[in-house]
Design a protein around this ligand. Structure first.
Ligand code: UDP
Length: 247
């Protein structure tokens, strides 16, 4: 049962349930970019993202990677374990794109010799600044041990995701994940939040067409079609047909 709303983010809402250790995560239809300066939405986005995230969490579990996911509820919600979120956005890059390409004056699309893990401090008021490992530790945001675990888990997730996407003709360029500590077991760190086209860069392996939030950020059009194409390929379910380069 959905009780009190305890958090509303840019793309999700979080509710308490009758079970203190379980929350309900609702995926909204809204899309934001550039620290919410750009806003949009499309009908059905919440449901697509819930389905993508649930599918990915289940696949990760099969490979021994624990997350907060418990089960799907309704069309756009999932039950999740209550965790305390570690305020770090953990980004993994396989191919250079986005902010790091821009900062370094390099072209997007440059393959990296090995996956690169980066940390950003989760703080909207500061626009989520980049943080070195040492800054995160010395400024008391995470312990050295936690940083090592986050890096290792992020790289393990990357391996599984790369395989999942590769199998359906999608190249995983980069992605962002968040982690939390379940209240009942302080030591453990589990994957939390979501993995969806909102927080990954996904390029069609053949055409290089972007199938992710960059279509919205950069006004490339066909946002909805791209999100449902990702879901369709991952789950083999019916969805919109995406014609690369089409209008
Ligand atoms: N990302 C995210 N939330 C953020 C920032 C980044 O989900 O607040 C994702 C983004 O979708 C991409 C990856 O993390 O898949 C790396 O993003 P980048 O640092 O290149 O930032 P951007 O170019 O999106 O500003």
């Amino acid at each position: 049962m959905k009780n009190e709303m305890i958090y509303e983010g840019k793309a999700k809402r979080l509710y308490t349930t009758d079970n203190a250790g379980v929350l309900l995560l609702e995926f909204k239809d809204s899309l934001t970019a550039f620290n919410a300066q750009k806003r949009g939405s499309f009908a059905g986005k919440g449901s697509i993202n819930r389905d993508v995230a649930a599918h990915i969490f289940k696949e990760l579990k099969k490979k021994g990677i624990e997350s907060h996911f418990l089960r799907e509820v309704g069309e756009r919600e999932m039950e999740v374990r209550r965790v305390r979120i570690i305020p770090l956005e953990v980004v993994v890059r396989n191919v250079l794109a986005g902010s790091t390409a821009k900062k370094m004056g390099r072209d997007e699309g440059e393959p990296l010799p090995r996956p690169l893990v980066e940390f950003y401090y989760k703080d909207d008021a500061l626009a989520d600044p980049f943080l070195s490992d040492d800054q995160a530790i010395v400024l008391g945001i995470a312990t050295a041990e936690q940083i090592a675990i986050l890096k290792q888990k992020a790289l393990e997730i990357n391996q599984v995701l790369q395989g999942l996407f590769q199998a359906v003709g999608i190249q995983l360029i980069d992605f962002k994940v968040e982690f939390g500590t379940p209240s009942e077991s302080e030591g453990d760190i589990v994957l939390a939040d979501e993995i969806t086209p909102d927080c990954c860069r996904l390029w069609d392996a053949k055409s290089g067409e972007r199938l992710d939030k960059d279509r919205f950020r950069r006004d490339l059009g066909r946002v909805e079609e791209s999100y449902s194409e990702v879901l369709k390929r991952l789950t083999n379910s019916s969805g919109h047909r995406f014609v690369p380069g089409g209008r």
